[in-house]
Design a protein around this ligand. Structure first.
Ligand code: AMP
Length: 192
């Protein structure tokens, strides 16, 4: 039973590592970006609402995002723990998450941050754009997403660090190497 957040800039490899962590500890990986993309693809009402803003690299309004996460965390599979990927993304979402957890009488166990060089992540994102063809992986949108990250999401590291919850992991190098570093840090917390 572990409740975790994975932090890191766009392109740090959060999604890939989140799937591996989730599988290792038997908890769902909850990615707000994936939820938005699935809704856009399925042309749901939510998808219509978030299509433009995600394509431009801006943040979906907190009220909407928080509601989606609250609903997701209320699902049965998330009662055994969860890994949040891409949420929270600003200090308002941190507060909203605090309230959701307090309302359920539970606490986060750990916030793990993947630390990578910003030039490296831009390169990774451009490469991913070629492979996956995501509409928000153009160079201009990537630049905007990095700005949004620096201004709104990067301060979360300090906020969680002040609470003694943050642990950092070097996110550079091969995917498997990064997974091993994560396992080394998370096994003592999440067990295997
Ligand atoms: P990601 O896959 O995490 O990079 O998310 C893709 C896009 O979805 C982001 O650029 C935002 O437009 C939107 N998004 C994902 N998570 C959030 C969030 N927690 N708050 C607001 N917007 C989000």
């Amino acid at each position: 039973m572990t409740r975790m957040i994975i932090l890191g800039p766009p392109g740090a490899g959060k999604g890939t590592q989140a799937s591996r962590i989730a599988e290792r500890y038997g908890i769902p990986a909850i990615s707000t970006g994936d939820i938005f993309r699935a809704n856009i693809k399925a042309e749901t009402e939510l998808g219509q609402q978030v299509k433009e803003i995600t394509a431009s690299g801006g943040l979906v309004p907190d009220e909407l995002t928080n509601r989606i996460v609250a609903d997701r965390l209320a699902q049965p599979d998330a009662q055994q723990g969860f890994l949040l990927d891409g949420y929270p993304r600003n200090l308002g979402q941190v507060e909203a998450l605090d309230r959701m957890l307090a309302d359920s009488g539970v606490q986060l166990d750990v916030v793990v941050e993947l630390v990578v060089d910003s030039e490296e992540v831009v390169q990774r994102l451009l490469k991913r754009a070629e492979i996956e063809g995501r509409v928000d992986d153009t160079e201009e949108v990537i630049r905007h997403r990095m700005e949004v990250y620096t201004e709104q999401t990067a301060p979360l590291s300090e906020a969680y660090s002040e609470r003694g919850m943050l642990t950092t992991v070097d996110g550079e190098g091969e995917i498997d190497e990064v997974t091993e570093r994560l396992n080394a840090v998370l096994d003592p917390i999440a067990g295997t």
